[in-house]
Design a protein around this ligand. Structure first.
Ligand code: PBG
Length: 329
């Protein structure tokens, strides 16, 4: 048969496939989200997220060194707070959990990019990302607390703060607060298009942070909307975000691609807990090859347009990438 094009010609060997491969994943693309808890010598396994732990600060530091040696770009810290109240006062305690973790990490692994979550849910007794008055999650009052939280992290030496709360105007307010306090070099990784998603379930188990009442639909986005995501992203860029995020990643690859073509600001995607735990659960049952599933998913997120990926797979993926450099698994 005469065919002027035989696309299979370019798939014949590993070497040829390598030559025409369009997307490469590197450990430096990855950000490892980690959970910090009170205590010492603690590596407390998270049942809803097999393979993930809550670390006490001393263990976090040890883990941080390994992560840095693997070439992973950054860590993103979440606090597992047992002291919760309705004002989230522990969120901005200068000697709080995250503030101490940042200080310890920056001291022992200074070149690791340390990022912190900015939102109130791990510190509120009702589990919402903002302050609650009556049935309302109040915006402007929450933004004030978020600014105090970001400042306390900046004072501890954080590289980037990452507001995940979805209050209006918080990126601009945090930028302003940081600049005023003499922290112009602290970056903002904004959760710009964060959807009200069921895929956060395992994470809320990890932090014991599920909302006690209601849901997060008045601040997180409706999964049905994409133009709204672009509007949110444009606003955060306008307000001073250094990097904008789409979250979750897999059910929102189209949003990542649209954001990539619309804006020239770097784009992060969050491969969230549910996306991670689904693979672990299927692997436990022997239904899926977890390494191949992980690499295929991460590659798809990068191919869609993400410049960086927050993922609980960061360590496993970085190890595999080192072993099989340049090969698709
Ligand atoms: C809350 C927050 C959530 C995640 C990151 N920050 C959960 C939520 O919005 O309820 C989810 C991360 C994940 O599922 O991996 N500020």
């Amino acid at each position: 048969m005469y065919l002027s094009h035989r696309p299979r010609r370019l798939r014949q060997t590993t070497a040829i496939r390598g030559l025409v491969r369009e997307t490469q994943l590197y450990p430096a693309d990855l950000i490892y989200p980690m959970f910090v808890a009170e205590g010492e010598k603690l590596r407390d396994p998270i049942t809803t997220m097999p393979g993930q732990f809550r670390f006490s600060v001393d263990e976090l530091v040890k883990e941080g060194q390994k992560i840095f040696e693997l070439g992973i770009g950054a860590v993103n810290l979440f606090g597992y707070s047992t002291e919760k109240d309705d004002q989230a006062t522990k969120a901005y305690d200068p000697n709080g959990l995250i503030q101490s973790a940042v200080r310890a990490l920056k001291k022992s692994v200074p070149d690791l990019c340390v990022q912190t979550d900015i939102a109130l849910d791990p510190y509120t007794n009702h589990g919402h990302d903002g302050l609650v008055v009556g049935d309302e999650i109040v915006n402007d009052e929450t933004v004030e607390v978020l600014c105090k939280m970001a400042l306390s992290h900046a004072e501890a030496g954080v590289d980037w703060v990452a507001p995940s709360d979805m209050m209006d105007g918080r990126v601009g307010a945090i930028r302003h607060a940081l600049d005023q306090a003499g922290f112009p070099n602290v970056g903002i990784l904004a959760y710009s298009a964060k959807y009200a998603s069921c895929f956060y379930g395992p994470f809320r188990g990890a932090l014991d942070s599920a909302p006690k009442k209601g849901d997060k639909k008045t601040y997180q986005m409706d999964p049905a909307n994409s133009r709204e995501a672009l509007r949110e992203i444009a606003m955060d860029i306008e307000e001073g975000a250094d990097v904008v995020m789409v979250k979750p990643a897999l059910a929102y690859l189209d949003i990542i691609t649209q954001a990539k073509s619309e804006f020239d600001t770097p784009i992060a995607a969050y491969n969230v807990s549910g996306e991670y735990s689904m693979i672990q659960a299927a692997a436990e049952k022997g239904w899926i090859d977890p390494d191949r599933a992980m690499m295929e998913m991460l590659l798809s997120i990068k191919r869609a347009g993400a410049d960086m990926i927050l993922t609980y797979f960061a360590k496993d993926a970085a190890k595999l990438l080192k072993q099989h450099f340049g090969k698709i698994l």
